[in-house]
Design a protein around this ligand. Sequence first.
Ligand code: NAG
Ligand code: NAG
Ligand code: NAG
Ligand code: NAG
Ligand code: NAG
Ligand code: NAG
Ligand code: NAG
Length: 580
Amino acid sequence: MGANVGIFCAVFLLLTQAMGVPAVAPWKKLHVPWKKHHSKEKFVSKRQALPIDTVFRIPVDVSNSWGPGNFSSGIIDLGGLQVYEASTSRSTLTKVWGGYQGGADDHGFSVYEPTGIPEGFFMLGSYCQPNNKPLFGWNLVAKDVSANTSNPILKKPVNYTLIWSSENTKIDQDGPIYIWLPIAPDGYKAVGNVATNTSGMPSLDKVMCVRSDFTDECETNGSIWGLDTANVYDVRPSNRGIQAPGVRVGTFVAGNPNPPPISCLKNNNPIPNHMPNLKQIKAILEVYSPVMFLHPDEEYFPSSVEWFFANEALLYRKGGGIPEIITLNGSNLPQDPHNDGAYWIDLPLDPAVQEIVKKGDSKSALSYVHVKPMLGGTFTDVVLWTFYPFNGPARAKVEFITLNLGKIGEHVGDWEHVTLRISNFDGELKQMYFSQHSKGMWLDASQIEYQTGNTPLFYSSLHGHASYPHAGLHLVGQNAVGIRNDTDKGNVLDLIAYQLVAAEYLGSQVVEPPWLNYYREWGPKIDYDIDDELKKLEKLFPGRLRSVIENIVKKLPSEVLGEEGPTGPKEKDNWNGDER
Ligand SMILES: *[C@@H]1O[C@H](CO)[C@@H](O)[C@H](O)[C@H]1NC(C)=O
Ligand SMILES: *[C@@H]1O[C@H](CO)[C@@H](O)[C@H](O)[C@H]1NC(C)=O
Ligand SMILES: *[C@@H]1O[C@H](CO)[C@@H](O)[C@H](O)[C@H]1NC(C)=O
Ligand SMILES: *[C@@H]1O[C@H](CO)[C@@H](O)[C@H](O)[C@H]1NC(C)=O
Ligand SMILES: *[C@@H]1O[C@H](CO)[C@@H](O)[C@H](O)[C@H]1NC(C)=O
Ligand SMILES: *[C@@H]1O[C@H](CO)[C@@H](O)[C@H](O)[C@H]1NC(C)=O
Ligand SMILES: *[C@@H]1O[C@H](CO)[C@@H](O)[C@H](O)[C@H]1NC(C)=O
């Protein structure tokens, strides 16, 4: 949806504000109602099989898929500190404890620790995850190979602090859990918490702390579980991007209520050391190229950029002049990295040709692939961009009525993407990102749909082309009022056809097409008046909902009217950074 995102977010926010609901439903905190009922008496478990009782494995084994190279070689050297990925796929995570209430779907969470790991490696912290998903995770263990006994990279903690115990928490659980923060010696940091199922302090040999120069700042992301007396969070490096050295350890933090900070690991070696080479990128795409489903009613299909240019898309320059026909590879588009509004692309002049171009051309469509290191080079992010010449009008749902929002949402030049996050330890797909306008969502590989084998599938929403992991109506808003994002299995687009357009770490091995270095707008400024469009709509709403629309019109920020057209992939924050 590119730059009209601003409008959409605004419309959506206003819709929800007008209805008195928060834009993002806050994660439901648990209010322990059973506390009263079960105080003192022993809790009798009524639990049924949970998703976590199943171990997730990616559909087809990929261990022999990659050929020679550093990618997927099992161990990554961070510059004297080797790390190995203890994971559920290798059965190297052993359960320590489970609690079966609270958190996502009220299923609780479970804690694991790495066991059966290679000789010389040490645990850095425990792993945990919610019980509403199959068991699927990883946790790094480390070995000091720097051979400097006077200044080791790993040292035992000097003590532990008990952060939280569930002794007095009356939930259905495997006996109490104790969560400990390792107290690191001077110059060292804890990169994980340790969980035990007995009350005694863990042995000082249980876990290792890491010398500060091998650690990076980290932040909590996503709640794993929470209660009024305790919270458990996922942690990840605070600075994430192509050049950020922070490594996600796969540990967690707990707090009562707020967790004491821990650190992440830091890669002191060149970040691309374990990235796939060209042959391995090809293999990755053969294994994981997703299939995209367009909605059966879709009217605005993707195309190749070349098709769009070949159909006489035009380059306009601010201040007039005759628009220029764009060469097939975009070589006459400005190549300086500025987005100053001086140029924009638009449809061809002939109205009949415009209609043809707006509809796109699935036959020519392909994905434009950007490969980049992430999380200190322990992951390969494969970003698959799809180009649509035109983004159709948005549709709103007001109770049982679906409204076409006039011209609102329409724009020329729509860049959309999904991202595959692949482990550089073992080449396994761990997560997939679904971009939905300026936001999106990560899902674990255990939560996505597969077409066949390891081929993930996703849905492009009707007109808006946002990416969704599952079919259905994704109503943005509540109480049956909101902007529609319909997805369904209509036309299939197999993204196996791709062009590798960028992989900065491979230097001159990958030639970027000139159009990729066009930093200006891929479509003109919107040419309609949002106020007028909304007023037209207002007339269509039933009386009692009219105030909702009036509110939208009243609160619509004026800068929305001056909204710029959509920008290309390199102008998006995720080009060099992490997804949002
Ligand atoms: C307690 O944790 C240890 C690992 O630290 C594990 O081996 C053991 O099975 C756990 N006990 C129970 C009852 O789950
Ligand atoms: C070992 O560490 C000490 C203390 O930082 C340092 O002075 C010394 O140069 C290191 N030795 C080697 C071989 O790196
Ligand atoms: C370890 O920490 C505990 C409190 O968590 C404290 O009572 C104890 O004295 C500490 N031990 C040492 C050796 O510092
Ligand atoms: C961050 O938290 C969100 C929300 O819980 C979650 O969907 C996402 O997977 C997390 N990101 C990472 C990189 O773990
Ligand atoms: C492979 O890894 C080794 C050791 O970390 C490193 O020296 C080498 O440069 C890496 N090769 C590539 C192509 O990155
Ligand atoms: C782009 O196409 C032009 C011909 O229109 C050609 O001269 C030029 O070499 C091409 N550039 C690249 C980078 O492929
Ligand atoms: C879909 O949802 C997004 C928010 O995630 C919203 O901005 C957009 O307007 C919606 N509608 C369409 C048609 O994509």
